[in-house]
Design a protein around this ligand. Sequence first.
Ligand SMILES: Nc1ncnc2c1ncn2[C@@H]1O[C@H](COP(=O)(O)OP(=O)(O)O)[C@@H](O)[C@H]1O
Ligand SMILES: Cc1ncc(COP(=O)(O)O)c(N)n1
Length: 270
Amino acid sequence: MGMRKTLTIAGSDSGGGAGIQADLKTFQERDVFGTSVITAITAQNTLGVHDVYPQTVEAVRSQLNAVLSDIGADSVKTGMLFSSELIVAVSEIIKAYQVPNLVIDPVMIAKGGASLLQKEAILALKEKLLPIGKVITPNLPEASELLNGQSIRSVDEMEQAAKLLHQSGAESVLIKGGHLEGATSIDVLYDQGRFYHYEAKRIDTKHTHGTGCTYSACIAAELAKGQSLPEAVSIAKDFITAAITHSLSIGEGIGPTNHAAYRHFVSTRI
Ligand SMILES: Nc1ncnc2c1ncn2[C@@H]1O[C@H](COP(=O)(O)OP(=O)(O)O)[C@@H](O)[C@H]1O
Ligand SMILES: Cc1ncc(COP(=O)(O)O)c(N)n1
């Protein structure tokens, strides 16, 4: 059958820990062939985002057509999409090529506080992208934002929020609990009318740059290889937990996760 292919549509992180760079490193680790469409170039390091240079709609369309007209994709993930015009263009092309297994990571704000999605683009994300996705993977602030500011402070509230996001058009919803407190970090998946919990020991580290990107990239890679969504999330949870456990103290700020850690796997799941 040949190698499975996964496409990332995201922003470039010059610091190498998040965005396109995290995605391609993850695809390589998970044994899928990675392709990329760059929506924006960020000048970024572990201390924060210096500048954002969004690409034109034409540049994004052209990259998408180049990849999909020839190579194709068994799955795709979206990360930083920046504006509603880019979201509309990406949605139209994914739909036209009938690309399967769309994983939407609704990236909004970088850990240092820089905006990676314009406020007015949230509506386009909800109306155009959400309905064609297989799964959306918000962290807690992103899930709140998608639900018009509703607060989410517990696993019960994560379940309610996941159901609400499903009702608003997402096929399946994975809410990540990294921003909660407690001895463990719990993610909640709502898929086909069922809830799944993914729990791992909370690791005491500040080096979590690129966790969300890496997690969603791994889910997309596993879907490309034919795993069911609950199984893909389970593998990705192990992958991200190992990557955080062995995260890297690179730079002066929030260092990146270690994409190679899963290869030297240490079981950290509960
Ligand atoms: N300190 C931590 N220890 C263990 N797992 C974590 C930690 N922080 C985040 N995670 C996990 O990393 C993944 C990304 O979560 P999160 O930090 O919520 O997303 P984002 O990077 O999009 O803000 C989730 O599986 C979450 O549970
Ligand atoms: C280009 C780009 N995309 C996404 C993120 C978010 O990263 P995280 O996974 O830490 O939320 C980032 N900092 N830069």
